[in-house]
Design a binder for this molecule. Structure first.
Ligand SMILES: C[S@@+](CC[C@H](N)C(=O)[O-])C[C@H]1O[C@@H](n2cnc3c(N)ncnc32)[C@H](O)[C@@H]1O
Length: 246
C-alpha cells in the first residue's frame, strides 16, 4: 500500500483531531521505554507523524516505524530533522525492517483500521514475527461498547481552532464495522472529504485473535499510567508475549 488517502488528507490536522492522545504521550513513552532494554529496539506500526516515536528515540532506544501515509511520514521527518527514527513507507501487514524488536507497538486505535477479522489476525501474526526473543507486543484500543449500542447514523462535530471537522458514522452491528465520513471545513482551502472503515473488537476477541497468531496476554491496563482494567474501562493497553515463551 503506497498511499493512504484518509490519513494523507488529514495529516496536517491530525494532532488537533486527537487532543486526548497528545495529552497521554509522555505516559505512553514511559510505559514503552520500561519494556525495552536500553540497547533494545521498538517498532511502531502506524508510526504516523512520530508523536510517540520521536520522544521514544530521544530516550536512547532504537526506534523503527512503518506507515503507509507519505504525508504522515513527511510530518515525522519535519519533527525529526536528525532522522533518529528509522521510518519506512509501506503496509504494516507486509513490510519488515529486516531485524527483530523488543517491543512492537500499535497505539491509539490503529488496530481497528484493519476492516476485517482476518486482516486483524494477520496483523497480530506480523507483530509476533517482528518480535525478538522475550519481546512484547503492546496494543492500545478503545472499548467499543458505546459504538455497538449506536443506532442509525451519528454525527460528531469537533472545533479545531479556525476550522470545523464533522464526522458521520454508520454502523454494521453484525460485522462490528463503522463507516466514517469526514468533512473538514478549514480556514483555508476547499472543504475536504474523506471516508474510512473501522472494525472494532472487544478485548476478549482481540485475545482470541492473538492466540490464533501465537501470542498470549500478559498484562492489561485501562491506560498508559497502568490504571487497573475492569468493567467501565473505556480503553485498554494490552501486552502480549509469544505463546510458547517460558
Ligand atoms: C491513528 S494514526 C496513529 C499514529 C501514531 N501511532 C500515534 O499514535 O499518533 C494511524 C496511523 O496508521 C497508519 N496506517 C493505517 N493503516 C496502515 C497500514 N495498513 N499500513 C501502514 N500504516 C497504516 C496511518 O497512515 C496513520 O498514520
Amino acid at each position: 500500500m503506497g498511499t493512504n488517502a484518509y490519513d494523507d488528507l488529514l495529516a496536517d490536522i491530525y494532532d488537533q483531531m486527537y487532543p486526548d492522545a497528545l495529552s497521554g504521550t509522555a505516559e505512553t513513552v514511559e510505559f514503552v521505554s520500561t519494556l525495552c532494554p536500553s540497547d533494545g529496539s521498538v517498532l511502531e506500526l502506524g508510526v504516523g507523524n512520530g508523536r510517540l516515536a520521536v520522544p521514544l528515540a530521544a530516550r536512547g532506544v532504537d526506534v523503527y516505524g512503518i506507515d503507509s501515509s507519505a504525508r504522515m511520514l513527511a510530518d515525522l521527518a519535519a519533527r525529526d530533522p536528525d532522522g533518529t527514527v528509522k521510518a519506512i513507507e509501506g503496509d504494516f501487514l507486509t513490510t519488515t525492517t529486516g531485524r527483530q524488536h523488543d517491543v512492537v507497538l500499535m497505539a491509539l486505535n490503529t488496530f481497528f483500521s484493519l476492516p476485517e477479522q482476518e486482516k486483524q489476525i494477520d496483523c497480530l501474526r506480523a507483530m509476533r514475527e517482528h518480535l525478538a526473543p522475550g519481546g512484547r507486543v503492546v496494543l492500545e484500543a478503545f472499548d467499543p461498547s458505546p459504538y455497538h449500542r449506536q443506532e442509525g447514523e451519528k454525527t460528531t462535530t469537533r472545533f479545531l481552532g479556525p476550522g470545523t471537522v464533522m464526522l458521520e458514522s454508520s454502523h454494521v452491528v453484525q460485522s462490528q464495522q463503522l463507516i466514517i465520513l469526514i468533512f473538514a471545513l478549514l480556514a483555508e482551502g476547499p472543504t475536504r472529504t474523506a471516508h474510512t472503515a473501522l472494525r472494532y473488537a472487544w478485548p476478549a476477541e482481540i485475545d482470541a485473535m492473538a492466540r490464533c497468531a501465537g501470542l498470549r496476554l500478559v498484562e492489561r491496563y485501562a491506560g498508559w499510567g497502568k490504571e487497573p482494567y475492569g468493567p467501565g474501562s473505556q480503553r485498554h493497553v494490552s501486552v502480549y508475549e509469544v505463546a510458547d515463551a517460558a
